[in-house]
Design a protein around this ligand. Structure first.
Ligand code: PHE
Length: 315
């Protein structure tokens, strides 16, 4: 019996054997019932056998339970060589990334960064920019008007007026911020990020403008040379005015920015003598530049904050 208990390898079998010995009809139970008929020595021997067997069952049960636990733990064991569950790391948004790159390049050219209010008054958004009331060019941009006569800034040119009013000339700065127009398609949203550069000094020419733009675009798009097309255009605040197209992937011309020599009236409006000082201004949507550089197809998605969309384009 003792050997039998030690050799049992499952808790179920052990329980069955225990029942057959100590259960209601168990062999030991029966023998204990007959104990009164035994002499003293036989009684003592039976008692010893009884306790020994009970002890053996207890020990074997503990052993088997321990073995079962070990087996369970082995099955659930941590595998430290497995890869950790993927973590969602934050990345820099393409708009922020592009803004950092653009402002970094312009600052390295000596332009200083300025910002201004998104709700602008008529003077800074239009009148000072040589676009007085009833000027037809006010219709060039579909403006959001506020009931008190202010507007949602339609162009960061407003920041340039503020910068000249505050700092005078010579000045080499760029304004950066959100601008608002009533338009909506794949490449235009009602809000977009605009940057406008301004460089006013005593002998600044159109050649300086083209030179800076060329160098800027080459640095931003990380190419040795950019192919540009300069087209005459019209803006009320520059004269002459131009638009600059850039050639992409060998064949496609895309409009990149508007620019020109700052109109004498704009300088006068900011207290600058146009016979002494002149210079250029240029403006572009930096979200458009981000789309072109990172291959993003839809400007509206840039402002959509859908992480799945961003991930698809590597952000
Ligand atoms: N403000 C113009 C626009 O929003 C761009 C521009 C800036 C043109 C500076 C000329 C000079 O379209």
């Amino acid at each position: 019996m003792q050997e039998q208990i030690k050799n049992i390898n499952s808790l179920e079998e052990l329980q069955a054997l225990y029942a057959s010995v100590f259960g209601k009809n168990g062999t030991m139970t029966a023998r204990l019932k007959e104990m009164k008929n035994l002499d003293n020595d036989a009684r003592a021997a039976l008692n010893t056998e009884n306790t020994t067997l009970r002890e053996l069952f207890k020990v074997r049960q503990a052993e088997l339970e321990q073995a079962a636990l070990m087996e369970k733990l082995a099955g659930e064991r941590l595998d430290p060589t497995l890869d950790a569950a993927p973590e969602n790391k934050g990345t820099i948004h393409p708009l922020t990334q592009a803004l950092k790159e653009v402002s970094g390049i312009l600052e390295s050219f000596g332009y200083t960064m300025h910002t201004g209010p998104e709700v602008e008054d008529d003077w800074h958004n239009f009148t000072a920019l040589n676009t007085p009331a009833h000027h037809p060019a006010r219709d060039m941009q579909d403006t959001f008007f506020l009931p008190n006569g202010n507007v949602m800034r339609t162009q960061t040119s407003a920041i340039q007026i503020r910068a000249m009013e505050e700092n005078g000339v010579p000045i080499k700065m760029f304004g950066v911020g959100a601008t608002y127009r009533k338009e909506m398609d794949a490449t235009h949203g009602p809000m977009f990020g605009q940057i406008e550069g301004l460089y006013i000094d005593k002998d600044i020419t159109m050649a300086d403008l083209i030179g800076d733009i060329r160098a800027f675009l080459a640095r931003f798009f990380e190419v040795d040379n950019v192919e540009l097309r300069i087209r005459p255009s019209y803006f009320p605040f520059t004269d002459p005015s131009i638009e600059i197209d850039m050639k992409f992937r060998g064949d496609k011309w895309l409009e990149i920015m508007g620019a020109g020599m700052v109109h004498p009236n704009v300088l006068r409006n900011c207290g600058v003598n146009p016979d002494e000082y002149q210079g250029f201004a240029f403006g572009f949507g930096w979200d458009r530049l981000a789309m072109l550089k990172y291959g993003l197809p839809d400007l509206r998605e840039l402002y959509g904050n859908d992480v799945r969309w961003l991930r698809r384009y590597g952000f």
